[in-house]
Write a protein that binds this ligand. Structure first.
Ligand code: BGC
Length: 252
């Protein structure tokens, strides 16, 4: 079944049509920068532009960069704080006329990896980490999603959350080399290992395309692999989650 997947990030909103049964992307990715205000209505307009770009009239799957519970935004993430409490499903339906399934962006990326990528068939505790504006995390136990893991929120040094220090946005802001930033990312992974002790960590998000530049800085005991679907995983996973909701009425 063909489903439109949308991945909302702190810097870009991206969409593509996906074969949600095979996990294949059927079109080019269409991307519009995230509006500077990062406010609900401005972002909903961009979501509507993405939907209009495609000749499509079914339900839409959407990864969103915050805690999402029953379609409602529960944390600001790196967006405007006015998002908290907004029913994202309803807002996007109002702006597009399409039915929406919204879930956390890293959970969506994890869905893609667990179904069609390196996580396929992996039992035990698998953690997906996405590197972008923030540090996202998706947790899977024997392939089943435990939604809204927020490992990027671990406080570190003077930072309220470690993602402020170790995400791709910190690398950019402070103009860090891959060597310097890679050490920070490794520190983050050390804490992840210490706190939740996964069997496997999959690294995705925009920065994973530079894997060769920093993977040798990762020095933890847990196996760490690159997500092959890279920054398409969020789009593909959102479409897959949407198909599941269509079939089962819920995501699991
Ligand atoms: C948010 C997460 C999100 C991550 C990546 C963080 O700021 O708290 O919910 O998954 O950014 O977008």
């Amino acid at each position: 079944m063909e489903i439109l997947g949308i991945d909302i990030g702190g810097s870009g909103i991206k969409g593509a049509l996906v074969n949600a049964e095979t996990g294949e992307m059927l079109t080019e990715r269409y991307r519009i920068p995230t509006p500077k205000s990062k406010k609900p209505k401005d972002m909903a307009k961009v979501v509507a532009e993405i939907v209009d770009h495609f000749d499509y009239d079914g339900p839409v799957g959407c990864g969103f960069p915050s805690i999402v519970k029953n379609g409602v935004c529960k944390s600001p993430g790196n967006l405007d704080p006015s998002w908290v409490g907004v029913n994202i499903d309803e807002l996007f339906t109002e702006y597009t006329g399409h039915e929406f399934t919204v879930l956390n962006d890293a959970d969506a990326a994890g869905y893609a990896s667990m179904n069609y990528g390196v996580g396929k068939g992996k039992d035990g505790f698998v953690v997906m980490i996405t590197i972008g504006t923030g540090l996202g995390s998706g947790a899977f136990y024997n392939g089943v999603l435990i939604p809204n893991f927020e490992l990027g929120q671990i406080p570190y040094k003077k930072f309220k959350k470690i993602e402020k220090w170790a995400a791709a946005s910190a690398k950019e802001r402070e103009d860090l080399s891959f060597k310097k930033w890679g050490k920070r990312f490794n520190k983050f992974l050390e804490l992840v290992e210490l706190i939740v002790c996964p069997d496997l960590i999959i690294v995705g998000g925009g920065t994973s395309k530079n894997w060769e530049e920093f993977s040798h800085r990762i020095k933890i005991d847990t196996e760490v692999v690159k997500a092959e679907l890279m920054n398409h995983a969020g789009i593909i996973g959102a479409a897959v989650a949407c198909l599941r909701e269509q079939h089962h009425g819920h995501l699991h």
